[in-house]
Design a protein around this ligand. Structure first.
Ligand SMILES: Nc1ncnc2c1ncn2[C@@H]1O[C@H](COP(=O)(O)OP(=O)(O)OP(=O)(O)O)[C@@H](O)[C@H]1O
Ligand SMILES: [Mg+2]
Length: 173
């Protein structure tokens, strides 16, 4: 696997995903690590922000993670519905795309905060459109275009997501 990982700082990792099959391979590992961590630190919902330009692969990544966790049905992009929900094993998975929010205040009208619990994993594309209204993230996944494929930078903001990045490091080194 021609994946390059740089973990100079344990709170940040960069991985090159040169095609969709590499993305899928990484998403499988990411899903396993997340599933393993969930029961250990389950006092809050897991909040995962995904940002990066249009078409950098945010939805593709979430789709691959959900498939790896066992979702069998169709995984639609939430571009038009804003939010899609899934129940996988005992987890409640939420997948939002806030690109179409005209104003961050609209977040409150969605009423999502009421659904969040310790069994929730919440993936949010275009989090900047919800700005300060959103819960604090555990992890930021930032995607950029490469001449071939995409670069993914992962930044951890919590103790449990730092542990997840350490596990990513162990898997890749
Ligand atoms: N690592 C990768 N290498 C090559 N192509 C990729 C990679 N990741 C995603 N793609 C391709 O990029 C295209 C756009 O992906 P996707 O819809 O997931 O982007 P997005 O970031 O969710 O866009 P938006 O901001 O519009 O929601 C898809 O055709 C997908 O197959
Ligand atoms: Mg998308």
């Amino acid at each position: 696997m021609h994946t390059l990982i740089d973990m100079s700082d344990i709170k940040r990792a960069q991985i090159n995903l040169t095609n969709v099959s590499q993305l899928t391979l990484f998403a499988n590992r990411f899903a396993k690590l997340l599933e393993w961590q969930m029961p250990l630190f389950s006092e809050h919902p897991w909040i995962i922000f995904l940002d990066g330009d249009l078409g950098t692969g945010k939805t593709t990544f979430v789709r691959a993670v959900l498939h790896a966790m066992g979702e069998q049905g169709k995984i639609k992009s939430p571009t038009y519905t804003i939010i899609e929900t899934y129940t996988i094993k005992s987890w409640q998975i939420l997948h939002a795309d806030l690109y179409r929010l005209a104003d961050p205040e609209e977040w409150h009208f969605l009423g999502i905060d009421e659904y969040l619990n310790e069994k929730t994993i919440f993936f949010i594309e275009w989090p900047q459109k919800g700005a300060k209204m959103l819960p604090k993230p555990d992890l930021l996944l930032h995607y950029t275009f490469l001449p071939q494929g995409r670069a993914l930078e992962l930044t951890a903001f919590s103790q449990r997501s730092t542990l997840l990045l350490e596990s990513v490091h162990e898997v890749y080194m």
